[in-house]
Design a binder for this molecule. Structure first.
Ligand SMILES: Cc1cc2nc3c(=O)[nH]c(=O)nc-3n(C[C@H](O)[C@H](O)[C@H](O)COP(=O)(O)O)c2cc1C
Length: 693
């Protein structure tokens, strides 16, 4: 094995300012030996502790420290044996380094602690996190340019390797300016440290099943010659609460060489975590499932109003517009633009909402409706509510835990979810988080059919119980907000998780292909602009799972979908993100229902924001709805707790809307509830027993 993951040393001093010793904090460890700060941050609300690479020193992080804002203080770790600790022997073991840092941090527990390890430093940070978690939580662990701990970290013994070979390795990896490599004194020091740190790496063995509770963010530079995308997947085994992969531009040393890119990225992640920690009320994080959906009214309204008596108000807004505004304030501008953006002039987006506003409910009184039975049966599956989470791609733009947090929240709130092909977590990871909770898989049929088949097989194996094939996005809509920020999460590696670990996808990549190559292949094959109805028939032949076609607006297309093997349709404008100026989804719904008849499941989305919206959609012929953007705003604001809050609000509102219209069950909902119709007979709402097939 070649020299991996470690060579180089930071450029020469400054060695940084040792932080004042606060006296022995945890045993004999003196913090001033281990920690350097380069910029005072008296108003910091978080600390980012940075661990250098093999051969490196604390001052590798000077530029990154400068790139961080006032609210984040960077603490750089100084390993023994270098710079101002040169007189001390280098550590023999990674664990020795971790113990030293953990001890030094004992006196710094007043602010949330984030750890960031680069290359070898990632192992030290990982082991430090494990030690710190014995005392309390670590807010997040970032690991950069590093293979997962249980992978082959056995480094060659560099004692026998000649200087020239080592220097060639250093040049390949970059990170040390050429003039420094030519300075015999500096080079001698770099090589000495490199050999010493390699000895510690040589001895490192990851304990079986070692994992941290802290959420993990894995940073991988697109042109890192030492680490590949495939290797990164194993970090999942080391984070009990999931891991996120973020692709950086540049090479092995991007983290420290491109502070203009990495500083804002880290700031965004840290601030999101802080907002999540602050927003999540203590009750929002319990592992036990939240209160069942049967009686949301009693739960949420009572809970909030009783809390008000004690001076508490909800941590997140209950109003959908206020929620969107709050999300705008915490999400990155480009992430928010991606989620909120619509196509063209936004006409379809506005039409979607206008259609809901145009329809008015005419409630019936004194029907003794205590609470409605909201369950519905679709394809033989009993769903607790007629609401599923719409497939929204790349949810890591909103929160580092992305779809994993969403899946846990969906399970807790009792709302089934539809996972996007373009999720930022693999469908298997999401299935694990969802447990027994109902889940469907949304499929974008890739132009490489082998990849399409593989995705379907994996979804079947992971317990997804329906396939929703989306047909309205074979071309990407013209979305000014995204275009103006020049932002595509996918081209930055977010939202392609289902591909990068897929055997059929990897088979199309040359061995050792880097992250950029994976993104490029994804861009080539992930959708297929040549799709026709014949392809739907092909898909029908591939799986026995119920098949829905999403993106239908014309009644004839609904008929064609059924003729080519679909079991149901989703009337949708893709949230107004595709064809600008199209008919709204709600306006298209009645004709689609009429075209497919009363027995075929019809779902709808695009514009659902309130419980009354759900009732209106059901009254116009939907069996269930998909709920979109609001839950991702909740995710951005509060991670899992935020999604759960948003879902509880919607279900509470739905329960109230049903009770206030006098409906005891979904079968009572029909067009008679809408102004302009006079009949008192339920029409094309769900069948009497709420059952479709
Ligand atoms: C950020 C974002 C990503 C989306 N990604 C997908 C996707 O991957 N697959 C899909 O079928 N629909 C996708 N959609 C469309 C949604 O499934 C749904 O149709 C839409 O969000 C409904 O509109 P609403 O959110 O305004 O209610 C996406 C929508 C948004 C806003």
């Amino acid at each position: 094995m070649g020299m991996t993951n470690s060579p180089t040393a930071a450029p020469a001093p400054p060695a940084g300012r040792a932080t004042r010793s606060t006296g022995p904090a945890n045993g004999p460890v003196d913090p001033s030996r281990w920690i350097r700060t380069y910029h005072d941050r008296p108003s910091a609300t978080a600390r980012l502790v940075c661990f250098p690479h093999a051969g490196g020193a604390a001052n590798a992080f000077v530029a990154l420290s400068a790139a961080l804002p006032e609210d984040i203080e960077l603490l750089a770790v100084q390993y023994p044996g270098r710079q101002d600790r040169r007189a001390e022997p280098c550590a023999e073991e990674i664990g020795e380094l971790a113990a030293g840092v953990a001890g030094a941090l004992a006196s710094r527990s007043d602010l949330p602690v984030f750890l960031l390890g680069h290359s070898m430093g990632a192992l030290v940070a990982f082991e430090t996190a494990r030690l710190l978690e014995e005392r309390g939580p670590v807010a997040r662990l970032f690991v950069s340019a590093a293979r997962p701990p249980a992978q082959d970290w056995e480094e060659p013994d560099l004692t026998g390797v000649g200087d020239e070979e080592l220097v060639a390795g250093l040049r390949r990896l970059g990170g040390i300016p050429e003039p420094l490599l030519r300075d015999p004194e500096i080079l001698g020091e770099v090589l000495r440290l490199l050999r010493a740190d390699h000895r510690a790496l040589l001895r490192y063995r990851c304990a079986d099943g070692a994992a941290v509770a802290a959420p993990l963010t894995v940073l991988l530079a697109a042109s890192d010659p030492k680490n590949s995308l495939e290797q990164m997947a194993d970090w999942a085994r080391h984070g009990r609460n999931g891991h996120t992969l973020v692709t950086l531009s540049g090479g092995h040393f991007s983290l420290v060489e491109r502070p203009g890119e990495t500083g804002p990225l880290l700031t965004h992640c840290v601030r999101q975590d802080l907002a999540r920690l602050a927003a999540a009320p203590p009750a929002a994080e319990p592992q036990a499932p939240a209160a069942p959906a049967e009686e949301p009214l009693a739960d949420l309204v009572r809970e909030i109003l009783l809390g008000g008596l004690e001076g508490r108000t909800p941590a997140l807004p209950t109003d959908p517009t206020a929620l969107e505004d709050a999300a705008r304030a915490v999400m990155s501008p480009e992430g928010f633009a991606y989620v909120a953006g619509t196509a063209g002039s936004g006409a379809t987006g506005r039409a979607n909402r206008a259609a809901f506003d145009r329809h008015r409910l005419v409630p019936r009184m004194l029907r003794g409706t205590r609470r409605a039975d909201t369950s519905v049966t679709l394809f033989g599956q009993r769903l607790p509510v007629p609401v599923l989470l719409a497939p929204l791609a790349a949810q890591q733009v909103a929160h580092p835990e992305g779809e994993s947090a969403t899946a846990r929240a969906a399970a807790a709130a009792g709302v089934p979810l539809v996972l996007s092909t373009f999720a930022s977590r693999t469908l298997e990871e999401v299935a694990e988080q969802a447990g027994d909770h109902p889940r469907w898989f949304q499929l974008y049929l890739p132009s490489d059919r082998a990849v399409g088949e593989s995705l379907v097989r994996r979804a079947e194996a992971a317990g997804y119980t329906a396939v929703v094939v989306t047909v309205d996005a074979t071309h990407l809509g013209f979305r000014p907000a995204e275009l103006d920020s020049g932002y595509s999460p996918f081209l930055r590696g977010t939202g392609i998780a289902n591909f990068t670990g897929d055997p059929a996808f990897l088979a199309g990549l040359p061995a050792g292909a880097d992250a950029t190559a994976a993104v490029l292949r994804w861009a080539q094959i992930s959708t297929d602009p040549t799709l026709t109805w014949a392809d739907l028939a092909w898909l029908r032949g591939l799986t026995r799972l119920p098949l829905l076609v999403k993106g239908i607006l014309h009644p004839d297309d609904a008929r064609l979908a059924l003729e080519h093997g679909a079991d149901g349709v989703v009337v949708s404008t893709h949230g107004g993100r595709q064809l600008d100026g199209s008919v709204s989804a709600l306006d298209a719904l009645p004709a689609v229902r009429a075209a497919v008849g009363p027995d075929v499941p019809v779902l709808m989305d695009s514009g659902i924001r309130t419980g009354s919206d759900v009732v209106k959609a059901l009254a116009l012929g939907a069996d269930a709805v998909l709920y979109g953007r609001p839950y991702v705003y909740g995710l951005g604001l509060g991670g899992r707790g935020g999604v759960e809050h948003v879902l509880r609000c919607l279900l509470t509102d739905l329960g109230l809307a049903l009770a206030l219209t006098g409906c005891a069950r979904l079968a009572d909902v029909g067009p008679h509830l809408l102004a302009g119709t006079t009949s008192d007979t339920p029409g094309h709402g769900p069948a009497e027993n709420g059952d479709r097939r």
